[in-house]
Design a protein around this ligand. Sequence first.
Ligand code: FE
Length: 209
Amino acid sequence: MSSDDHTKPPADPALRIKAIETLMVEKGKIEPGAISELVEIFQNKLGPRIGAKVVAKAWLDSGFKARLLADGTEALKEVGVSGLQGEDMVILENTTSIHNVIVCTLCSCYPWTVLGLPPTWYKSAPYRSRIVIEPRKVLAEFGTAISQDREVRVYDSNAEIRYMVLPMRPEGTDDWSEEQLVALVTRDSMIGTGLPLTPDQTVKVEATA
Ligand code: FE
């Protein structure tokens, strides 16, 4: 075995992963579908829920919010989020005059410690190129129309800096608990392609809580 075997990435990682998955299922080590389920958990449940907790805490605690905006990397340690590989977390606050959205134009850098795995579209070439050129149009396609009196700022992530959007707290949530607020924070609202849910969009969540 040459040293190249250890230093060079495999020619086709997806194919190799599929081969390993197939072998593990055949050997009875894992259930078919188990990996898809794990991916689903990281993509939609575990990951974004950490970010949602951070957002809800910032909405409720102005001191935490100030620390989060001043130094995201440090403030996130307060809520047990670390494990960063040297990159800094920068939190971008949406306001009545500014709407932020994140992208990685070069590849697919993503704030995975707070949002989990990136959605497929985040890694797609059309999103990565178009969000920079025509952000309002792309946002509208996501169903997120940003009024002309708000500036849209696109932040390009990289190996050193990962961004997360702090969306605006929805109106009509003044007496809401952190747990109730968490339910309003969608993954896309922390990427900037979406907005948090409004109270009337979460009636079902409240009723079952
Ligand atoms: Fe990247």
